[in-house]
Write a protein that binds this ligand. Structure first.
Ligand code: CA
Length: 243
C-alpha cells in the first residue's frame, strides 16, 4: 500500500544554515519538515507531535541533544532518532547510541549522506512496524486459523495451499469478520492504492480462494457474496454443515 500521508520530520538544530539545508532537501523529497532551533522548544515539539523521524543535533542551546534523546526514550517513544554529531564528540556518539538514537551523521556531512541515512532509518522503522503487526500471530474465525507470521492457514486443522494474494485476501477478511468489503476497497487494501487492477481481479481471486477453502465453492459459506455490495467473511465461519 502506498503511503499517501507525508512523513513528518522534526529537525532540532541551532545552526540555521544546516537546518534550512536539510529542510530544503527533505522537502524536495516530499517530507514535511519542522525546524526547532533550541533544545527546549525542540524537546517540547518532540514530545507533543507525532513524528516519523527526529533529526537531532547534539550541541544545542538549552537542553542538549543527549538529554532530549534520553527523555524521548524515557517517554517510551519509539520514534527514530538520527543524531548530528561533530568529529570531536566520539563519546557523545557512543552515549547517544546507547541511550537510544538509531544512527548518527558526523558534521560536516554531505547532504546526500544524510538523505541516505534518513531513508535507511525510515525503511527500517517501516519494516519493524510490519514486524510488530506480524507478531500479533494467529487469527481465528470459526474453523479457519491463519498464522500471519508463517503465512500459513488451516481449515479445521488441515493446511490450505494459498498463493500470496489469496492469503492476503483471506487474512484481510478474517481480520474483520462479518464486515462487508466492496471490490474497490479490497483492491485498495490487498493490492494497494493505485493498483492497475480491475474489480474482476478481485472476483477471480475470490473464486480461486473459494475453490480452496469452501466445501462447496458453488455455495460458499465462508467468504460470501453480499449482492450489490461486495464480499464478507462469515463471522461464525464454519462450512462443516454442508460437508
Ligand atoms: Ca549545534
Amino acid at each position: 500500500m502506498v503511503d499517501c500521508v507525508r512523513k513528518r520530520i522534526l529537525v532540532i538544530e541551532d545552526e540555521r544554515d544546516i537546518a534550512e539545508l536539510i529542510r530544503l532537501h527533505l522537502d524536495d523529497l516530499g517530507f514535511s519538515v519542522t525546524i526547532s532551533c533550541d533544545g527546549n522548544t525542540g524537546l517540547r515539539k518532540a514530545s507533543a507531535g507525532s513524528w516519523d523521524l527526529i533529526i537531532l543535533d547534539l550541541r544545542l542551546p538549552g537542553i542538549d541533544g543527549l538529554e532530549i534523546c534520553r527523555r524521548i526514550r524515557q517517554a517510551s517513544s519509539s520514534v527514530p532518532v538520527l543524531m548530528l554529531t561533530s568529529k570531536s564528540s566520539e563519546l557523545d556518539r557512543v552515549v547517544g547510541l546507547e541511550i537510544g538514537a538509531d544512527d548518527y551523521v558526523t558534521k560536516p556531512f554531505s547532504i546526500l549522506e544524510l538523505i541516505a541515512r534518513v531513508k535507511a532509518i525510515l525503511r527500517r522503522a517501516e519494516l519493524s512496524r510490519g514486524g510488530v503487526a506480524k507478531e500479533k500471530g494467529e487469527v481465528h474465525v470459526g474453523c479457519v486459523a491463519i498464522d500471519s507470521t508463517t503465512r500459513g492457514a488451516t481449515i479445521r486443522g488441515e493446511p490450505i495451499d494459498l498463493t500470496a494474494k489469496e492469503f492476503d485476501l483471506l487474512l484481510h477478511f478474517a481480520t474483520y469478520p462479518g464486515r462487508v468489503f466492496r471490490r474497490l476497497e479490497l483492491l485498495d487494501s490487498v493490492w494497494g492504492y493505485g493498483h492497475e487492477g480491475y474489480e474482476h481481479t478481485v472476483n477471480s481471486h475470490i473464486n480461486r480462494l473459494r475453490s480452496k477453502i469452501e466445501t462447496d465453492p458453488a455455495h460458499p459459506e465462508l467468504i460470501v457474496t453480499v449482492w450489490g455490495v461486495g464480499y464478507k467473511m462469515n463471522a461464525v465461519a464454519d462450512n462443516r454443515a454442508s460437508a
